[in-house]
Write a protein of this length. Sequence first.
Length: 157
Amino acid sequence: MLANLPGVVVTSKLNSTNFTVARKVFAFTKGDAVVMKLPPPVIARLVAGGTATRLIMGKRMMKEWVVLRRPTPTDFKNDLRRFKEAVAFVASGAGRQTASGKRTNSPASHGGLAKKCSAKCRNAEMPDVIMVQPGKVPARTTAKISTKAAITSRSIK
């Protein structure tokens, strides 16, 4: 699903799959959940609505990252609009700040990449989600691999 969005690169690190645009991570898998970077007002709405939780790394709550959990990996297909929003947010350079609180760049410094990604993502046709066959992987890793496969639309052999 996400691998087919314009400008999105899918890579694996350690036990997660990372989704990047313009060499910046906009989403990654974490166990059977997906974490994505969104503007704080959107995160506040999702958390208030009970559809997501804030990401906590160690003791620190990440203000621009939210955790989505769904009953089945195919349910992430319903979050495509959120994934596209995360792509546009990260591609725009919004939220990037130094320790002093100053922005390191502006959306204009990306040459309009956010507009290009956003327009292309809205018009992209999305294939059906591919599920991992339960007998193809060890039982203890089925949920984790199914989530990765569902949002990348890549089969696992």
